[in-house]
Design a protein around this ligand. Structure first.
Ligand SMILES: Cc1cc2nc3c(=O)[nH]c(=O)nc-3n(C[C@H](O)[C@H](O)[C@H](O)COP(=O)(O)OP(=O)(O)OC[C@H]3O[C@@H](n4cnc5c(N)ncnc54)[C@H](O)[C@@H]3O)c2cc1C
Ligand SMILES: *[C@@H]1O[C@H](CO)[C@@H](O)[C@H](O)[C@H]1NC(C)=O
Ligand SMILES: *[C@@H]1O[C@H](CO)[C@@H](O)[C@H](O)[C@H]1NC(C)=O
Ligand SMILES: *[C@@H]1O[C@H](CO)[C@@H](O)[C@H](O)[C@H]1NC(C)=O
Ligand SMILES: *[C@@H]1O[C@H](CO)[C@@H](O)[C@H](O)[C@H]1NC(C)=O
Ligand SMILES: *[C@@H]1O[C@H](CO)[C@@H](O)[C@H](O)[C@H]1NC(C)=O
Length: 554
């Protein structure tokens, strides 16, 4: 249904005008007062401990705490007017209600790892940041095999809490302990267990979210459409997710890891070609990814070193014969393998020694990543990259001092889940995902490295997925396209939307239109609405061919 009937228009206007109306009869003339006096926030906690203006002494350190990419610390983009650090759900409600009332935008920050800093900088001021750092309680229920996790928690805290309760349970999510569960799980989330258990988002059984009205909903009250959308579509377009209920998975008490490294001179290209043929078809107990680094080999020749790093869900005895049959070229030896607990493998993949006290997983920032400038892009590979393609890629990597690739094999459970099960569409038929990365230390070099990564991306076009050339939302990339304003149309947004979501994009747009009809939760890559605004009150265009009836449900 294309047409927009009067009744629909009326409903829309009511929704989008609420904040205009209430701001005109306002008794409060600033956000702080509103926040303090909003009925939701009647707590003993003084507002000065929850809301920090950009002029306050604690602002900088709090703001800095969850910034993982220095590009967005030194950016000229506007910073928030306020940092709100809720201790209670009602603080989140008050922040949303007052931001709407005062015409402020909202950004939500969990772990702050967004590749484009969208959780704490914005091209459109004024805005506030709701930083969930204090909403991070974790409850593990081993009998039920579930975890309830506040979205301010990081993956390391979740893994730590699970390991404290059980040595045979785990959760399939990313490898970096400081990544926040808010962004990570709502954008998909993959890690060493995903060939066996799917994405983090595939293992969510319930969630709590606050919408633009400050209403708190769980799975049953939000409905299956919104519950679908926030498991891979990114949370930020829809509201503030407060917590997840997650299904824990089984891990054996003994797992095995290995890391076999070869330089180009040691035949890495041939090994990689074999890897491309088999890594996605291996038993789903084996996760075997490849990372690359530029190294200086003896005698001082720059080369690329490939690391074949694996987590196997079982003992060495069972791994060796499988590797012998499937990937004998790697020449895996018993002495390359180490048996350990699953939680030690978490340390291993986070680049800690496996004897490190587990408490290190509770730390919010890690020295390896917190002081770097970086940029990244992603691709999916559908058929093996040719010898010529690889040689050109290595050459590109060598142009850059700190270039890296992370090559992640798919298959296993990922191929058994349909592309529309969640918004994350990269399922069957993907051999592996690529992440290209460049890191550097000086702000004045940024442009150079951004150009480099764009060149690599252009170079790789013939070798990766096409129409659309797919990308992973959690490796957010504004070069793919962006919203310049609140009224970016569905057609315009398809440029990047189809890359992240493929055919799921349209359903995301419908859900967005239904749950956030005034586009309050806007950002540079938020899901657009089915219609767009000329100003705050006038709809100028409804996208043809799309059923608009859905809005009537509000
Ligand atoms: C060092 C590093 C390692 C990584 N490793 C992996 C990996 O192994 N596997 C993988 O899949 N990904 C990985 N990622 C990518 C990571 O999953 C994404 O960057 C993810 O979005 C980060 O989530 P966050 O909460 O830390 O980030 P944030 O910057 O806080 O949030 C990211 C986005 O989600 C939104 N958001 C955050 N919390 C909420 C909430 N509660 N409600 C609504 N919206 C919310 C933000 O507004 C923002 O748009 C890695 C990233 C880095 C920097
Ligand atoms: C917040 O509200 C309380 C109770 O109404 C009041 O006593 C206090 O002074 C207010 N604080 C600020 C910072 O406005
Ligand atoms: C605080 O934010 C306002 C509005 O964006 C800006 O004018 C002011 O310069 C900021 N102050 C600081 C210290 O950054
Ligand atoms: C990979 O598979 C292709 C096609 O089956 C084959 O031609 C090629 O020799 C294989 N490469 C390696 C290194 O095994
Ligand atoms: C960039 O900054 C570094 C240190 O801050 C300085 O040493 C270097 O000369 C600068 N390079 C350029 C090209 O300005
Ligand atoms: C909406 O988009 C049109 C063209 O795409 C632009 O001219 C207009 O300024 C935009 N309005 C707002 C409020 O962003």
């Amino acid at each position: 249904m294309i047409c927009l009937r009067r009744t629909h228009l009326f409903l829309l206007f009511c929704v989008s005008l609420i904040w205009l109306c209430s701001s005109s009869d306002s008794l409060q003339d600033n956000f702080l007062e509103c926040f303090n006096s909003t009925s939701y926030s009647k707590h003993s906690i003084p507002v000065s401990e929850v809301v920090f203006t950009n002029e306050s002494a604690s602002f900088s350190s709090l703001f800095r705490l969850s910034i993982r990419n220095l590009r967005f610390l030194t950016t000229t983009l506007p910073k928030p007017l306020f940092l709100v650090t809720p201790f209670h759900e009602s603080h989140v409600q008050a922040a949303i209600v007052c931001a709407r009332e005062k015409g402020l935008q909202v950004r939500v920050r969990s772990g702050g790892h967004d590749y484009e800093g969208l959780s704490y900088v914005s091209s459109q001021a004024p805005f506030i940041v709701i930083d969930l750092i204090n909403l991070r309680s974790i409850t593990i229920d081993i009998e039920d095999e579930t975890a309830s996790v506040g979205t301010g928690a990081a993956l390391g805290e979740l893994y730590y809490r699970i390991a404290k309760k059980s040595s045979i349970h785990g959760f399939p999510a990313g490898s970096c302990p400081t990544v926040g569960v808010g962004g990570h799980i709502s954008g998909g989330g993959f890690g060493t267990l995903f060939r066996k258990y799917g994405l983090a988002a595939d293992n969510v059984i319930d969630a709590k979210i606050i919408d633009f009205n400050g209403r708190i909903m769980d799975r049953s009250s939000m409905g299956e459409d919104l519950f679908w959308a926030i498991r891979g579509g990114g949370g930020a377009s829809f509201g503030v997710i407060l917590s997840w209920k997650l299904k824990l998975v089984s891990v054996p008490s003994i797992v095995t890891v290995f890391n076999v490294q070869r330089t180009l001179e040691q035949g890495a290209t041939h090994l990689f070609q074999k890897w491309q043929n088999i890594s996605h078809k291996l038993d789903q107990d084996i996760f075997l990814h490849v990372t690359t680094k530029v190294v200086t080999d003896f005698p001082s020749k720059k080369t690329i070193r490939l690391s074949f790093t694996s987590l196997f869900l079982g003992p060495i005895e069972r791994l060796i014969p499988i590797m012998k049959t499937r990937f004998s070229e790697l020449g895996l030896k018993r002495s390359d393998c180490i048996e350990m607990s699953w939680i030690q493998s978490v340390l291993f993949f986070a680049d800690f020694s496996i004897d490190t006290p587990l408490e290190v997983l509770m730390e919010r920032s890690s020295p390896q990543i917190s002081d770097a400038f970086f940029t990244a892009k992603s691709d999916y590979v559908i058929s093996p990259i040719s010898q010529k393609g690889l040689e050109g890629l290595w050459k590109k990597l060598l142009e850059e001092e700190k270039s890296e690739l992370i090559l992640t094999p798919y298959g296993g459970k990922m191929s058994q889940i349909s592309e529309s099960q969640t918004p994350f569409p990269h399922r069957e038929g993907r051999i592996f995902g690529i992440q290209y990365l460049a890191t550097w230390d000086n702000a004045n070099e940024t442009e150079k490295h951004l150009s480099w990564i764009r060149e690599v991306y252009a170079y790789m076009k013939p070798y990766v997925s096409k129409s659309p050339r797919a990308a992973y939302l959690n490796y957010r990339d504004l070069d793919l396209g962006r919203n310049y304003g609140r009224n970016t149309s569905y057609e315009e947004a398809k440029v990047w939307g189809l890359k992240y979501f493929s055919d799921n994009f349209e359903r995301l747009v419908r859900v967005k239109t239904k749950v956030d009809p005034s586009n309050f939760f806007w950002n540079e890559q938020s899901i657009p609405l089915l219609y767009h605004y000329e100003d705050d009150t006038r709809i100028t265009k409804v996208h043809s061919g799309l059923d608009f009836e859905i809005v009537q449900e509000r």
